[in-house]
Design a protein around this ligand. Structure first.
Ligand code: BGC
Ligand code: NOJ
Length: 818
């Protein structure tokens, strides 16, 4: 009998000291994954050792194969099989699924640890990608916990992907003839296509003499076999096969004998190597392995590996220490201090490319996605945010519009999807403004940046922002609101597309542009980010431009209040016939969340009482116990004039799902009107740590946000989908850190203006900002918002902003709310 229990609602627990989520049952409702890697080399790893690795681009440089949409679920990974003469088992349970005496998976920050026990043998696998190296290390430790000598055989296993993951799934007629490997000592090299246009290869090595190997998949597994009980493992004998074509793998066999109490550690390395064109070969047909051998040599001893692991831990500890809260709510502490920041880094790295829901072969980096991702990431590594801003801005067109996506390897705009998503340009202002507020580095605004990657057309970044601003200011419809184009933030609101046939892309079909369809949401964005643009103009001393911008903003503000107000809430849009979308006049889709959140965040309707009214309508019409739905009532039929939004079954995705990304907008909006209780209530509803107790319903990982939770109209209300890669990560971090806890970077310095539930209690925050450490303690005797007193290093300060002083390294700040 397995010792682990199939608990009903929980499948593990948080270990906050270790910064880990500990999974105690392998049969989680869905694979619960983690990401390894901080820069170039990345691996996804599930709680049962499934997953895959790639270098920089999950489509073009995929190292190992993964089978999406397969049965059994989560098929393929980096597996270690043990044949102890009695059983064949894996420390991470899959793929043999042999019941274990103990199973544990600890997903940590940039690493995962697996422990399996069977028949007196303990097997531990520690998987991580070292900082600054292009490899994944698997430290495998085997311990004999029995009273007898244990002799057993260990087999490793990875299946190579033939590099281009898209081709790998389609182009069998070519690729099944191309696979090539080399074996040298204990390292297996994958060199498919290296003979022609590639100068890179991968390897899988172990720091121990091996007793055999396999590289022909179908020989290792046996014809018609799954990977649960490979022939070689069952027979206890590798075939020493050398692949030629078909599906190459890398498998090592190591025979081990351990005395009672004895342990043995093996270090496996999965590495990626690029050689200069003129140093590709060692001799005719033999790849140059020098850099690979140097990489292997870096991790030969346990001490080397421990050192690399300690460096990784240290790297993360330093990053996470940039924002640290201690409140009486341990779930807030855990999400803010650990998981939310971690997810922000992952979304920044991956954009929407590679997850268990994004196959890594589809879209590249999103223009708007990346701009938003950096809102939650910029405090971690501002220099990388800077670089990203320049990359993104380099894909902008001269007239201010933007490619909707770009490819991470080439950094070129993606012509398949093109442009025409009219919210895109404004997100560039949002990202840049966040960067400058965080760092105070105005030099970025002067940085010369090309248009559409054409260096001859480079102009300062500030000029790009101006064009973003002007694009919206000059593309307005009959009501004076911004034209929507193909869609705005809501990719599925396709008001100019009119797609009637399956298979057509809702986004790129049809004219895409039109002179009539308008977005109130973009109007809200324009007011919010138009003000931030004006602030940047002020900052560089361009008062005239700042004043001009604010005039445009004021014009839009008025227009939204008159043309975008429906009586109880903000209208969502006007369609191509100038009919309202998201209005009480509509039969379905009467109220949408986005304009309520964004317009109130922008401050529209505060003075007129419309802001509060809009938020009350959200509560009344869109709230559920699992979060706030995107719209109501759900569309029950396809509306040609609205597009993809009405294509989803009611309750899913943009059609009345709880689209988590915009829940923080409403929560922030609540802080703008000063309602901390409600802001926090919204925060909690989608917060993974709070829904851990209902994992059976929620189903995705309880330590990260998912893009969507099924809405009230859906059959599986409360069930989440598309975990990990979502703008929810950045926006919730902005919400909790800057608005609820209220520590917000401004151009002049950090502002402290919390908006919390009345009973939230006192809390402290340590915030690293522009090279200084801020030790902030907030006293609260029961109010939701308001700073009665701000004391910085013993001096009382007016307002909420701690003036930034160049060269000062520490600020001790006391805030009394009231
Ligand atoms: C999805 C959106 C996505 C869009 C563009 C739609 O099918 O629902 O979430 O942003 O496609 O890829
Ligand atoms: C997911 C996309 O990545 C994001 O850009 C978009 O805003 C949302 N879906 C809403 O449609």
């Amino acid at each position: 009998m397995p010792a682990y229990k199939e608990t009903k609602m929980k499948y593990g627990y948080f270990d906050d000291n270790a910064k880990e989520y500990v999974i105690t049952s392998p049969k989680t409702p869905l694979p619960w994954i983690n990401y390894l890697g901080t820069d170039g080399f990345f691996s996804l790893v599930s709680n049962t050792c499934g997953g895959y690795s790639f270098y920089k681009d999950a489509k073009l440089l995929r190292l190992t194969r993964y089978r999406y949409n397969n049965v059994p679920a989560d098929n393929n990974g980096k597996y270690y099989y043990i044949n102890d003469g009695k059983d064949i088992w894996n420390p991470g349970w899959q793929p043999s699924k042999t019941p274990l005496d103990l199973y544990e998976c600890r997903h940590g920050i940039g690493y995962s640890r697996f422990t399996g026990k069977k028949n007196g043998l303990k097997a531990e696998v520690l998987a991580f990608v070292p900082v600054g190296d292009n490899c994944e290390i698997n430290k495998v430790t085997l311990t004999n916990e029995s009273e007898e000598i244990k002799a057993f055989k260990l087999f490793s296993y990875v299946e190579w992907c033939l590099w281009n993951a898209d081709d790998d799934m389609k182009n069998f007629q070519r690729l099944l003839s191309c696979g090539e490997v080399e074996i040298k000592g204990s390292a297996i090299y994958h060199k498919t296509e290296y003979r022609e246009r590639r100068a890179h290869y991968a390897f899988f090595s172990v720091n121990e003499k091996i007793d055999g190997f396999d590289t022909i998949r179908d020989d290792f597994l046996g014809a018609y076999n799954n990977n649960d009980r490979p022939d070689a493992v069952v027979n206890g004998k590798a075939g020493n096969t050398v692949a030629s074509g078909w599906s190459p793998i890398a498998s090592h066999q190591i025979n081990i004998s351990l005395k009672p109490g004895e342990s043995k550690t093996l270090i496996f390395v999965l590495g990626y190597i690029e050689n200069p064109e003129n140093e590709k070969w060692e001799s005719y047909g033999v790849i140059n392995k020098k850099p690979a051998e140097a990489m292997q040599a870096r991790y030969t001893t346990e001490a080397d590996t421990e050192k690399a692991f300690a460096a990784l831990k240290n790297y993360w500890d330093e990053l996470l220490a940039k924002y640290h809260v201690e409140s009486k709510d341990e779930k807030v502490n855990r999400m803010v201090n650990i998981w939310n920041q971690y997810q922000c880094m992952v979304t920044f790295n991956m954009s929407r490319s590679a997850s268990y829901y994004e196959s890594g072969i589809g879209r590249g980096m999103g223009f708007r996605d990346s701009c938003q991702d950096l809102l939650g990431f910029v405090h971690l590594i501002p220099d990388r945010a800077r670089e990203r801003i320049i990359d993104i801005a380099s894909t902008q067109f001269e007239d201010g519009r933007a490619y909707h996506q770009y490819q991470p390897l080439t950094k070129k705009g993606n012509s398949d999807i093109g442009s025409g998503f009219n919210d895109d340009p404004l997100w560039l202002i949002a990202g840049t403004s966040a960067y400058v507020r965080e760092t105070g580095d105005t030099s970025i605004l002067m940085e010369k940046v090309p248009f559409d990657n054409d260096e001859s057309k480079a102009t300062p970044l500030m000029d790009h922002l101006k064009r973003s601003f002007d694009f919206t200011a000059t593309h307005k419809g009959p009501h004076g609101l911004p034209l929507i184009g193909r869609a705005d933030w809501n990719d599925c609101l396709n008001l100019n597309c009119f797609s009637e046939h399956p298979g057509e892309s809702f986004q790129t079909f049809g004219p895409g542009e039109g002179p009539v369809a308008e977005s109130v949401f973009i109007g809200g964005m324009f007011v919010k980010y138009g003000k931030e643009y004006a602030d940047l103009c002020e900052l560089i001393g361009d008062k005239a431009e700042a004043a001009r911008a604010l005039e445009e903003v004021e014009k839009m503000n008025k227009t939204v209040l008159s043309e975008g107000w429906d009586g109880e809430w903000f209208v969502r849009a006007y369609d191509a016939y100038s009919h309202k979308v998201g209005s009480k006049e509509c039969e379905e889709g009467q109220i949408y969340i986005e304009p309520q959140g964004f317009c109130v965040m922008a401050g529209i309707g505060l003075a007129e009482g419309k802001a509060v009214k809009a938020l009350d309508s959200v509560k009344e019409r869109l709230d559920t116990e699992y979060g706030v739905m995107i719209l109501q009532p759900a569309y029950t039929k396809y509306h040609l004039e609205l597009g993809e939004v009405s294509s989803y079954p009611p309750g899913y995705k943009e059609n009345a799902g709880i689209f988590c990304h915009n829940n923080p907008w409403v929560s922030i909006a609540e802080t703008v009107v000063g309602r901390g209780d409600r802001a926090f209530e919204i925060y909690k509803k989608t917060c993974p740590a709070y829904v851990e107790d209902i994992s059976e319903i929620h189903r995705t990982e309880p330590y990260v946000y998912s893009q969507m939770v099924a809405g009230r109209d859906a059959k599986f209300h409360g069930e989440a989908k598309n975990s990990w890669l979502t703008g929810t990560a950045a926006w919730t971090f902005v919400n909790i850190s800057q608005y609820i806890l209220g520590i917000c970077p401004t151009h002049k310095g950090l502002s402290v203006d919390p908006c919390v539930p009345a009973d939230f209690g006192d809390f402290t925050v340590v915030r690293k900002f522009r090279g200084a450490t801020y030790n902030i303690s907030v006293e609260n005797k029961g109010v939701q918002k308001g700073v009665k007193e701000l004391v910085v290093d013993g001096r009382k300060i007016e307002g909420t902003v701690i003036p930034f002083e160049e060269g000062k390294s520490e600020y001790n700040v006391k805030v009394i709310m009231g």
